[in-house]
Write a protein of this length. Sequence first.
Length: 113
Amino acid sequence: MSRTRRYALLTLLLSPVWSAQEPFPADRQRPDPFPKRPDEEDRKLPNGKSQKDAIAKQNHEQSLKDANEMIQAATSLRDELQKAGDYVVPLTAVKRTEEIEKLARRIRGRLKA
């Protein structure tokens, strides 16, 4: 018999033995694949509340505030464009669009974090 046939036969014969073995003994627990770092633990504020919750609440409130500001900028942009007429784009409209983009990026950044 050639070597490859021997290895194939040996593999077929020993595969049930290998599959019957447990990778970890029952008395040992598997290690955590993503151990927590000490700096990732949730800290408590002096009033007893979670620091992560406080930051999330502040980000939510700021995002709502920015969204309202973006809505106001968008409606004023629409009004400016309607007043300007055809073929005319006011310089303030261009600045307003940049402001809207800036607000949208800030909101998106907070939502991703």
